[in-house]
Design a protein around this ligand. Structure first.
Ligand code: NAD
Length: 269
């Protein structure tokens, strides 16, 4: 099989579980050396388990602890990875979380926590990645682009979500962060896009799929009639990171089984 990301260095934030772990596995199969980021000491074992699975299938990588909402830690992570591997080619800005609440009861701590990881974390990592892409420029044998950033957004960058105002605001923010920097750095041959997952079966939304009743209710929102898997996102990430998508920048790619097709209107509204 052709390895479309051969010898490229990819940092995947929040990769010790769920979508991040799935994307790390897919990128590794495509030949990338993967940096499996995780936030705290307690997530190290899970990150190591992802790395072990990747190595079992012939992949290569390391784990790296860094809380993406902390500026000093993000700067250090990029400096350490460049020192160890020479450069970074791909950033998957994936780390994200929810702290749900009815809006009138939402605390400033809940608001700041979600915005801090989901939006500020993507800003900090993208800024450090872009500094490195600008320093290195295009190396034709690696890729036609000087670097690729993939932001993990959500269908909730366009679908409002009652009870989740902080999360939806963070994803709406990612959309214009991504498009603004895609516009700014396209002339430097840096491509920046978002993947907008619908419902993917991971720990973040366990209550939406872990009983038959919950899953049946969820499927009423998904025209394609199945819940997504991390591999669905991993396959898209490999394509978006590879030269196969070289003319694509500033795009939000919805990987959602049709969730954004207004399924409520499928029976005449
Ligand atoms: P998940 O809970 O399995 O993964 C989130 C990861 O982020 C975890 O590994 C966690 O350790 C990590 N993380 C949290 N705070 C961090 C920090 N400060 N620094 C570094 N890492 C941190 O959930 P998931 O479903 O895999 O979510 C991954 C991304 O996909 C998130 O951005 C989420 O918003 C997005 N998303 C998920 C779905 C879905 O249906 N699962 C849908 C749309 C978008």
């Amino acid at each position: 099989m052709e390895k479309k990301l051969q010898a490229q260095i990819a940092i995947i934030t929040g990769a010790s579980s769920g979508i991040g772990a799935g994307v790390a596995k897919s990128l590794a199969i495509a030949g990338a050396t993967v940096i499996i980021n995780h936030p705290v000491a307690a997530t190290k074992d899970a990150a190591e388990a992802v790395l072990t699975e990747i190595k079992t299938t012939g992949g290569n990588g390391i784990t790296y602890q860094c809380d993406v909402s902390k500026e000093e830690e993000v700067i250090k992570m990029f400096a350490d990875i460049v020192a160890q591997f020479g450069t970074v080619d791909i950033l998957i800005n994936n780390a994200g979380l929810q702290r749900d609440s009815p809006f009138e009861k939402m605390t400033l701590e809940q608001w700041n926590f979600v915005l801090g990881v989901n939006l500020t974390g993507q800003f900090l990592c993208a800024r450090e990645a872009i500094k490195e892409f600008l320093r290195r420029g295009v190396i034709a044998e690696r890729s036609k682009a000087a670097g690729k950033i993939i932001c993990m957004s959500s269908v909730h960058e366009v679908i409002p979500w009652a009870g989740h105002a902080n999360y939806a605001a963070s994803k709406g923010g990612i959309m214009l962060l991504m498009k603004s920097i895609a516009q700014e750095f396209a002339p430097k041959k840096i491509r920046i896009n978002s993947i907008c997952p619908g419902a993917i079966q991971t720990p973040i939304n366990r209550s939406a799929w872990d009983t038959p009743q919950a899953l049946a209710s969820l499927l009423t929102l998904i025209p394609y009639q199945r819940i997504g898997q991390p591999e669905d996102i991993g396959n898209t990430a490999v394509w978006l990171a590879s030269d196969d998508s070289d003319y694509i920048t500033g795009a939000s790619i919805f990987v959602d089984g049709g969730m954004t097709l207004y399924p409520g209107f499928s029976t005449n509204g």
